[in-house]
Design a protein around this ligand. Structure first.
Ligand SMILES: *[C@@H]1O[C@H](CO)[C@@H](O)[C@H](O)[C@H]1NC(C)=O
Ligand SMILES: *[C@@H]1O[C@H](CO)[C@@H](O)[C@H](O)[C@H]1NC(C)=O
Ligand SMILES: *[C@@H]1O[C@H](CO)[C@@H](O)[C@H](O)[C@H]1NC(C)=O
Ligand SMILES: *[C@@H]1O[C@H](CO)[C@@H](O)[C@H](O)[C@H]1NC(C)=O
Ligand SMILES: *[C@@H]1O[C@H](CO)[C@@H](O)[C@H](O)[C@H]1NC(C)=O
Ligand SMILES: *[C@@H]1O[C@H](CO)[C@@H](O)[C@H](O)[C@H]1NC(C)=O
Ligand SMILES: *[C@@H]1O[C@H](CO)[C@@H](O)[C@H](O)[C@H]1NC(C)=O
Length: 764
């Protein structure tokens, strides 16, 4: 944790602690995982909140995915961000920038240096500019509050509102966002309203519009609105006149103050600027104390998120890891119910899914347990997106589906929710119809993705024609092998839901199809002495590949992971994989090889901790009766690659996917998405309690460990709900549907505590 955080006076936290008796929010390190590709968003947000208010840094060459960078200059402080994503930045829209002096050209892409180190804690962000202005931020769900403290002697205390502000991308992949126009009006009472239109970003979105409404709580001594282009400079407008924009005419305003402390409250809405004003009035009305927004944010996080998971641990390192992970998994998706600009319905609306490709293994299963109410709303929202947009999203931002990296992984998420009994107001007939659309109807290849022009990356399954005709995917489609493997998993999801709904013919068909990953399995393909890998193929048969190094991006056969990873992806058919790969002993050696430093001939391990396709791999030992190796390998990864510092994540957080992998490691279970199975490994803490809502709790205790997951990690004995437990897995109903207890006895050496059977392989 940054030393500067410790020096900060935790006055509000302490107040809150007095009220609640405990302040779990103080364990969160907002800067954890912000650097080295973690891309965590350190600004201010509420759980699932639409507003994420934070700094936008410009460094000229580095993409600021969540706005923040440790270096560079401030280009603004804006209300919209994603959390922990890669690919290319999205949003960075609706901004303000405090400036000192005489601002003659507001269109000159003004940036201002950073002074010192930013500070943050839950509900609060603080930065200082090189001109000596202290910027403090807090937020509610649909609005943010800015407090500027100018140097007293500053001549020209200004706030710039630049509607054209976005987060750019420097990667040269054609994914940089663009400003496409807007309008801006200063009203007689000094408040401003308007709209900005933007396009592109990682999801290759067409134009989308956001409305905003901003108030200043100080006497305004000067104001001007401006319009212009980079070519002709700015033209000042009379105050009070709306600026009708032509495309890409940059608009905005510049306010001047005499006061040293200037407070602004700004709301956003996808619907209208009057709705944006309403959000401000509802959530941060005039006269609101800045500090009360901060303390409300802390209370909300404690009540809705942190208090759901409590432990007896007093180790600050573990507590920071635990509560920071819980924090960062709750920033997206965002609850935008009542804020859907595209259709009217009574269903909830969530977006900023970025992406199911990342989150379907660990995040959604944990979200279900921690936030059952929000989770049911998220499932209903997904189905509603299919109803009105035609397809479930694999990713969605700016109200637009895109992009799908592999399969239609919302199918996995819906299947998981279905088999674990999510019902409530979910219309599962429609849910299943949405899944069938993915499985049967090829999405139109429009717009064409230049990085993968062969088929749609917007939604659905672009390579479906081959999958339906041949049962495998030929190289005429990009990402043929990784998509084939994912489509099989998606079809397994359809089998699960069809079975539950009693649609027997469909269930048989999709169970069959869920085995088609096998059509990519070449038993003769070898790598490092092991045989049997998923490979590219066409009508003439298998195509020779390099299972270690043939790992690529949008245009390649394997997306972001190699054949060592994708060959072991089909967990629903694990027994068959183990048999095809030469049996249990060979599979143990094959897994061991993936964790052996330098095994591939270059440094590092074949196992890649930085990305989601390998999330399952360390736990697969449970399928071959070596639960002890799942414990040791997964714990080693958790303790090696995750820590509390700014580089504390091994790769992009990806909407909290990395964090949820870690949280499951702490809990001692691993979810097999799409099935009711949870693999058992071993918990970190002496005691951890999860409040699952509706009066249900899960209590996980461990005796004989070090209370911290570092030593004595092997299971000696386990009781589940007070009964001796001999399997290395359990099912949803055992401990989750009514709550339950897991009591572990841990020790320093592996023991023969379990006797089987191994976890199910329903497709084998
Ligand atoms: C600000 O700059 C403009 C344009 O250069 C100039 O006309 C004006 O006098 C300046 N104002 C002050 C207060 O320096
Ligand atoms: C401002 O930035 C935009 C986007 O990068 C660029 O197109 C434009 O030329 C810049 N304008 C100025 C005046 O530097
Ligand atoms: C904004 O500036 C104009 C022109 O100087 C002035 O007439 C108007 O009263 C100002 N508005 C506010 C809210 O101060
Ligand atoms: C901005 O443009 C939108 C769309 O044309 C319009 O609905 C809105 O009233 C305009 N807002 C202002 C403040 O001019
Ligand atoms: C707290 O946990 C860390 C990380 O596991 C460990 O290195 C440290 O020794 C622990 N501290 C104490 C006092 O147990
Ligand atoms: C989502 O937002 C809607 C509208 O504000 C609200 O009614 C609902 O309770 C929210 N859901 C959760 C889980 O907070
Ligand atoms: C399943 O696949 C087998 C072998 O390809 C085929 O014979 C059988 O008819 C299929 N069953 C269904 C229900 O599609």
């Amino acid at each position: 944790m940054r030393p500067s955080l410790w020096g900060f006076p935790f006055i509000l936290s302490q107040l809150h602690a007095l009220v609640e008796g405990v302040d779990l929010a103080s364990h969160v390190n907002l800067f954890q995982g912000t650097e080295n590709g973690g891309n965590n968003f350190p600004g201010v947000a509420r759980p699932f909140g639409m507003v994420k208010l934070g700094p936008d840094l410009l460094s000229g060459t580095t993409d600021a995915y969540s706005g923040y960078l440790p270096t560079g200059e401030f280009s603004g402080f804006s209300l919209m961000h994603e959390q922990g994503t890669g690919g290319a930045p999205k949003y960075g829209t609706v901004s303000q920038l405090p400036l000192v002096g005489n601002i003659t050209d507001p269109l000159s892409n003004i940036t201002v240096a950073r002074e010192g180190t930013d500070e943050a804690r839950v509900g609060y962000y603080k930065a200082q500019t090189g001109e000596g202005v202290v910027v403090e931020l807090s937020a509610s769900a649909h609005a943010g509050i800015f407090r500027y403290t100018f140097p007293e002697d500053a001549v020209g205390k200004n706030v710039l509102v630049d509607v054209s502000h976005v987060l750019p991308s420097f990667r040269g992949q054609g994914l940089s966002q663009g400003y496409q126009g807007g309008n801006f009006t200063i009203f007689a009472d000094g408040h401003y309203e308007g709209q900005g239109i933007y396009d592109n970003g990682w999801n290759r979105s067409p134009n989308w519009a956001i409305y905003f409404c901003g108030y200043f709580d100080n006497e305004i001594v000067s104001n001007r609105s401006y319009a212009g282009t980079d070519q002709d400079g700015s033209v000042e407008q009379d105050s009070g006149s709306a600026i009708a924009s032509t495309v890409s005419t940059r608009v905005g305003g510049l306010y001047g103050f005499d006061d040293t402390i200037v407070t602004s409250r700004v709301g956003i809405s996808w619907i209208s600027s009057s709705k944006a004003c309403q959000h401000v009035q509802d959530e941060i009305p005039g006269e609101t104390e800045f500090q009360s927004v901060v303390s409300d944010a802390v209370s909300e996080w404690d009540d809705k998120v942190f208090s759901k998971v409590t432990t007896t641990s007093t180790n600050e390192t573990s507590l920071t890891l635990l509560y920071s992970a819980l924090y960062f998994m709750h920033l997206i998706p965002t609850n935008q119910t009542g804020e859907n600009p595209n259709w009217e319905s009574n269903e909830p609306y969530y977006q900023d899914i970025f992406t199911f490709w990342d989150t379907f293994r660990c995040s959604t299963a944990l979200m279900h347990i921690l936030q059952p109410v929000a989770y049911e709303e998220q499932i209903r929202s997904l189905i509603d997106i299919w109803r009105f947009d035609g397809y479930l999203p694999d990713a969605r931002s700016s109200n637009y589906n895109g992009r799908s990296q592999g399969g239609s992984n919302a199918d996995n998420v819906l299947a998981d929710a279905y088999v674990k009994g999510v019902r409530g107001a979910v219309d599962w007939n429609d849910g299943y119809r949405a899944m069938v659309k993915d499985a049967e109807v090829t999405p139109p290849n429009c717009p064409v993705d230049p990085m993968a022009p062969d088929s749609s990356t917007k939604e659905g399954r672009g390579a479906l024609p081959d999958w339906l005709d041949l049962g495998y995917i030929t190289p005429r489609f990009s990402r043929a092998v990784s998509r084939g493997v994912e489509y099989a998993c998606n079809d397994f999801g359809l089998y699960q839901v069809a079975s539950g709904l009693g649609i027997k013919d469909d269930a048989d068909k999709y169970l069959n199809r869920s085995r088609n990953w096998r059509n990519h399995w070449n038993p003769k393909q070898t790598s490092l002495g092991f045989s049997g890998f998923v490979v590219p193929r066409d009508a003439n048969g298998f195509i020779e590949t390099d299972p270690l190094h043939n790992s690529g991006y949008w245009g390649d056969p394997y997306y972001e992971a190699n054949s060592w990873a994708y060959s072991l992806t089909s967990v629903h058919d694990m027994k068959h994989i183990i048999e095809s790969a030469g049996g249990e002993q060979t599979m143990i050696e094959r897994l061991d090889t993936m964790f052996t430093e330098g095994a591939s001939g270059s440094s590092g391990t074949i196992f890649d901790p930085t990305n989601e396709p390998m999330f399952n791999i360390p736990y697969l030992y449970n399928y071959i009766d070596r639960q002890d190796l799942s414990v040791s390998q997964s714990r080693k990864i958790a303790k090696t690659y995750y820590h509390t510092g700014v580089t504390g994540l091994p790769g992009n957080s990806d909407a909290g996917a990395m964090q949820t992998w870690l949280l499951w490691n702490m809990i001692g279970l691993y979810p097999i998405t799409g099935q009711t199975t949870f693999l058992i490994h071993s918990p970190w803490f002496e005691s951890l309690t999860i409040d699952m809502g509706r009066g249900k709790t899960l209590r996980v205790t461990a005796t004989g460990g070090d209370g911290n997951g570092d030593e004595n990690i092997y299971v000696q004995r386990l009781t589940v709900n007070g009964m001796d437990w001999k399997k290395n897995w359990l099912e949803w109903d055992d401990i989750f549907s009514r709550g339950g207890t897991l009591e572990f006895e841990l020790g320093s050496e592996p023991s023969g505590w379990f006797t089987g059977p191994v976890p199910p392989s329903p497709a084998s």
